[in-house]
Design a protein around this ligand. Structure first.
Ligand code: UDP
Length: 237
């Protein structure tokens, strides 16, 4: 399927994919495999912004469900995304890809704060910019962070790499008749509450005309296949 023309993309990876086959946390071997995929995508000439979730370490909602204060738990979730960003930075730089991490929660000793103009400069110089800590506020997710950074960095698409190969009409694990869409509109995703990203992230992409490409990052080589139009994915547009 033809992909939208892309010069600059935001790649959002859910934290879960950093676990590899483990139950929790960060699998350095798998992070290295992901880094290799990102490197290959960059070698095609793309400018890449990265956002990584934190669900492999901590999700605020899970803490709140067990009695924690939601905002406090969300800040822990945001810190988890910084750890993931540093792990990915480490892997990318070990294979020669220069990167900068910019965090929405200031942490001068470990990374830069989010400064859009500086991020632009990094991209111009061929660096990958990893945006950490989501939007920097509780009650949001890294999907919203990804949509926000995609809009402010004027990305041509938001690539959402996850464990499933697209958007389905129902949960394929529960409904054998669930169908995968090749394309689907933002409004259908919102109206039918399809599992893509949270509603605020989808709405932000819709309002700024940023197509969302949902694909599986678990299969080796899939990012490159999707970028070349030979992959399996759903485009939300
Ligand atoms: N989070 C937040 N504000 C943000 C981004 C993230 O409060 O702008 C917290 C929230 O608790 C969330 C956690 O960080 O559950 C990890 O992010 P997310 O759940 O989006 O990670 P993913 O599901 O992509 O791995």
């Amino acid at each position: 399927m033809p992909m939208p023309p892309m010069k600059r993309v935001l790649l959002k990876l859910s934290g879960e994919v950093l676990m590899g086959d483990g139950p929790f946390g960060i699998d350095p071997d798998f992070v290295m495999e992901l880094a290799e995929e990102v490197k290959r995508a960059k070698e095609t000439g793309l400018e890449i912004c990265l956002v990584i979730g934190g669900g492999n370490i901590f999700r605020g909602m899970a803490g709140a469900a067990r009695g924690m204060d939601r905002a406090q738990a969300d800040y822990m979730g945001m810190l988890a995304t910084v750890m993931n960003a540093l792990a990915m930075q480490n892997a990318l730089e070990q294979i020669g890809v220069p990167t900068r991490v910019q965090s929405a929660i200031q942490m001068d000793q470990v990374c830069e704060p989010v400064i859009r103009r500086r991020a632009e400069r990094h991209l111009e110089k061929g660096r990958i910019v990893i945006f950490a800590a989501g939007v920097g506020a509780p009650y949001f997710t890294t999907d919203s962070g990804a949509a926000l950074r995609a809009a402010e960095m004027r990305c041509d698409a938001l690539l959402k790499g996850t464990s499933v190969d697209g958007v389905y009409s129902a949960d394929p694990k529960q409904d054998p008749n669930a169908q995968r869409f090749d394309t689907v509109t933002y409004d259908r995703v919102l109206a039918d509450n399809l599992k893509v990203m949270d509603a605020s992230a989808v709405a932000l992409c819709r309002d700024n005309d940023i197509p969302i490409v949902v694909f599986s990052i678990r299969e080796k080589g899939n990012l490159a296949r999707v970028l070349s139009g030979e992959g399996v994915q759903t485009i939300v547009e």
